[in-house]
Ligand binder design. Structure first.
Ligand code: GTP
Ligand code: MG
Length: 207
């Protein structure tokens, strides 16, 4: 699939503000600074679509981008940002939980994991929580340009091992670099396939 057009639609601070759920949607989530906004820009070939910053906590709202007039990419705020207060963290949790539970057109959540790190408890807990909520998700390892392939592979394997403690089957996994544009075709192919399934399902529902 090719992205021909990508436009910012709106920023929302709760579910009711989000655009009407008529199109398939894919949201990017993960720890602050993991590279969510950068990956969205990389997929869209647009360096300034989503706001990127080296300071964690840049994205604060639910940002919808309309792609090819046909589906949405969503940039979410990061979790685990140490410098925010407990009450702010609680608010983040409630607001994201409301989105995850209530967003009926969410096809997959893309959970971004920093490929340089060994499995982090906060990421494993988050993924396990998605199981409780029955949210379909995939894992996207980011910033693979920052170290050699063997180190990336090792961290991926450790992450898989950690997931096998609670999961019988593992989700799809992607290795990416926004810097080098690695993983772009694989991610877009995955989304293209899911969009097709969405349309087939819609047609069946109408019958
Ligand atoms: P929040 O909105 O704060 O939660 O962060 P985010 O997850 O959206 O991260 P963002 O895309 O803003 O990127 C954080 C920092 O990592 C920026 O300085 C980016 O330039 C850098 N970065 C993101 N992706 C990559 C990558 O693939 N490779 C390298 N080398 N740097 C990256
Ligand atoms: Mg961001």
């Amino acid at each position: 699939m090719l992205i021909k057009t990508a436009t910012f639609v709106k920023s929302s601070v709760n579910l009711s503000q989000c655009p009407s759920p008529q199109l398939p949607e894919y949201a990017f989530i993960g720890r602050s600074n993991v590279g969510k906004s950068s990956l969205i820009n990389m997929l869209c070939n647009h360096s300034k679509l989503a706001k990127v910053s080296s300071t964690p906590g840049k994205t604060r709202e639910i940002n919808h981008f309309l792609i090819n007039n046909n589906w949405y990419l969503v940039d979410l705020p990061g979790y685990g940002y140490a410098r925010v207060s407990r009450s702010a963290r609680q608010k983040w949790g409630d607001f994201i939980e409301e989105y995850l539970k209530g967003r009926e057109n969410l096809q997959y959540l893309f959970v971004l994991i920093d490929s340089r790190l060994e499995p982090q408890p906060i990421d494993i807990e988050f993924v396990n929580h998605l199981g409780v909520l029955s949210i379909p998700f995939v894992i996207v390892f980011t910033k693979i340009d920052k170290q050699n392939t063997a180190q990336t592979q090792q961290n991926k394997e450790l992450f898989e091992k950690a997931l096998y403690k609670t999961w019988e089957e593992l989700p799809s996994m992607f290795l990416t670099s926004a810097e080098k544009k690695t993983g772009k075709d694989d991610l877009l192919k995955f989304i293209g396939g899911s969009n097709q399934e969405y349309r087939i399902q819609k047609k069946t529902d109408l019958k």
